[in-house]
Design a protein. Structure first.
Length: 255
């Protein structure tokens, strides 16, 4: 998702929530790790109306922090700048539904995969646009900057001459793309399947098809942080073996 951006300007790190061990309340301490997240990627990571980090990945990290006896803070970061922020040491990992891609693997290491998604395509309910027309490059399609949907469209439609480059409109986030879809400024939008279904709830927008990309999510970690990579692989395996993993999936409608 996106290229070079800046940290989202919030007043401070979002809620230091995962505290292991005992006891103190009302105490502010330095977190062991700062976890970079997308602030608008439900159900995996998002910021609620009270400014708190929420989501499947956030809850997963809170569980890991509690079980492993560490403290973490969640920092929303502009998605196009989240890997540069990781490389610069502003955050310690990205745990926010990041697809493992060869391009990203050149810049960072990834944990073992913990989730798989495909790409859904949506259009207005009143529209007759079909998935076949989208894949034939006949419509204007919106996608979030730096996301795998944008990359897939560029590689499979634009680069192959199927679709003119100007038919791809990119946005800072998918909600803005959906707004333009509703307004008729684009004909379709592509985004990760579970998340886009959440975004379009209650809107006059429908899913018209899916592209099976089978993208695997992993936690992104600096290449120099090999101990942290080993730690997170072990922790994710423990989480997935715990009954709480199924509770998490049910809580966030990922079953």
């Amino acid at each position: 998702m996106r290229t070079h951006g800046i940290l989202t300007l919030l007043a401070c790190l979002v809620a230091v929530l995962a505290v292991a061990g005992a006891g103190c309340t009302g105490t502010t301490t330095e977190p062991d790790y700062v976890v970079g997240i997308d602030d608008a990627y439900p159900p995996y990571s998002f910021i609620d109306k009270d400014g708190n980090a929420q989501g499947f990945d956030v809850d997963s990290m809170k569980w890991i922090a509690e079980k492993k006896g560490i403290e973490v803070a969640f920092m929303p970061v502009e998605w196009s700048g989240i890997i540069p922020a990781l490389q610069a040491g502003k955050i310690d990992m990205v745990y926010a539904g990041m697809s493992i891609t060869p391009e990203r693997q050149e810049a960072v290491n990834f944990s073992n995969p913990y989730w798989v998604v495909n790409q859904d395509v949506v259009a207005r309910e009143s529209s007759n646009v079909t998935l076949e027309e989208v894949l034939a490059g006949k419509v204007v399609i919106g996608a979030q900057q730096g996301c795998t949907a944008e990359s897939w469209i560029e590689k499979n439609l634009v680069a192959k001459g199927v679709m003119p480059a100007e038919n791809l409109k990119t946005y800072a986030n998918t909600q803005l793309a959906i707004n333009d879809l509703e307004a008729g400024r684009v004909d379709a939008v592509m985004y990760d399947d579970v998340s886009i279904k959440d975004i379009i709830k209650g809107k006059p927008v429908k899913v018209i098809g899916s592209v099976e990309t089978r993208e695997e999510f992993g936690v992104a970690i600096r290449k120099t942080d090999t101990e942290l990579l080993e730690f997170m692989n072990e922790a994710i395996a423990e989480l997935q073996a715990d009954p709480y993993w199924e509770e998490l999936k049910e809580k966030h409608n990922l079953k």
